[in-house]
Write a protein that binds this ligand. Structure first.
Ligand SMILES: C[S@@+](CC[C@H](N)C(=O)[O-])C[C@H]1O[C@@H](n2cnc3c(N)ncnc32)[C@H](O)[C@@H]1O
Length: 244
């Protein structure tokens, strides 16, 4: 067993206390085992402390074994309430989906809805994605990585919290397989410019063709933050790059 990871990296999230509905509490108690990865049995009270799970074990070996049964592996980082991830799971039952999120009500909501939709092809990692990518996921593993509407941290003094940064993208490149795709969307123009600059500086990523871009944009289910952005007439900026 490895020691818990310790790090001084700037976090791209702030964990706020928020209430869980009865259904969400029940989902954590009864069904977390089927979805939380790697599962560590915790009394509900511990979940309610809103601490992301400490990952103290090698998750690569069981993950590689599990993945052998599936056609593709896709991961969504910061899935929020998980609605778009759930619809992807339903649309592509042969693909194993992973979701990383720290926000407990979002995790609990996705577990609740997944259970009621009999979802089998979903694993949720409740931890800081920056750490999970850097230390825990296998290299050359994913067919697709999605980061949809990451927190824009729009105040100048908070820009350093943005999850899309050169180090993060370097780690995304590491976990993508040799033809894997990175798909990012935002409704924040200043963040879009920043994302563009970070992605064009990463020489191991190339933009996909216009045809593929349109196809993948259309295939993506709308997320909760995207719907909110659209209701405020925000423009949506999408970035789709392929490793290679
Ligand atoms: C603005 S919300 C967008 C949620 C969802 N993708 C959507 O479009 O509705 C960003 C989400 O990313 C999560 N997040 C931010 N940094 C994270 C990190 N380092 N690890 C895991 N989740 C993170 C936050 O908890 C939040 O739920």
């Amino acid at each position: 067993m490895q020691q818990p990871l310790t790090y001084r990296q700037i976090k791209s999230f702030v964990l706020r206390q928020s209430r869980l509905t009865k259904a969400q509490q029940l989902a954590l108690q009864e069904y977390a085992q089927s979805y939380i990865y790697p599962f560590k049995a915790l009394p509900t009270q511990d979940y309610l402390q809103h601490k992301p799970l400490e990952i103290t074990q090698d998750i690569q070996t069981p993950l590689l074994e599990e993945a052998a049964q599936w056609h593709k592996q896709v991961i969504e980082i910061g899935f929020g309430n998980g609605d778009s991830l759930l619809s992807d799971c339903l649309l592509e039952p042969q693909t194993l989906f992973f979701g990383i999120e720290v926000h407990l009500p979002g995790v609990a909501r996705l577990i609740h809805r997944s259970h009621h939709s009999s979802i089998q092809n979903l694993k949720i990692i409740r931890a800081d994605a920056q750490q999970v990518l850097m230390h825990l996921l296998p290299s050359e593993f994913f067919d697709k990585v999605g980061v949809f509407f990451p927190d824009p941290w729009h105040k100048k003094k908070h820009n350093k919290r943005r999850i899309i940064n050169p180090k993060f993208i370097e780690n995304v490149v590491k976990i993508l397989n040799s033809t894997g795709i990175l798909h990012i969307a935002t409704d924040w123009e200043d963040y879009a410019n920043h994302i563009h600059n970070v992605l064009t500086a990463e020489k191991k990523l190339q933009p996909v063709t216009q045809e593929e871009f349109s196809k993948l944009c259309q295939a993506r289910a709308k997320t909760a933050y995207e719907k909110r952005g659209l209701s405020l007439n925000h423009k949506i900026y999408e970035f789709i790059y392929r490793k290679g």
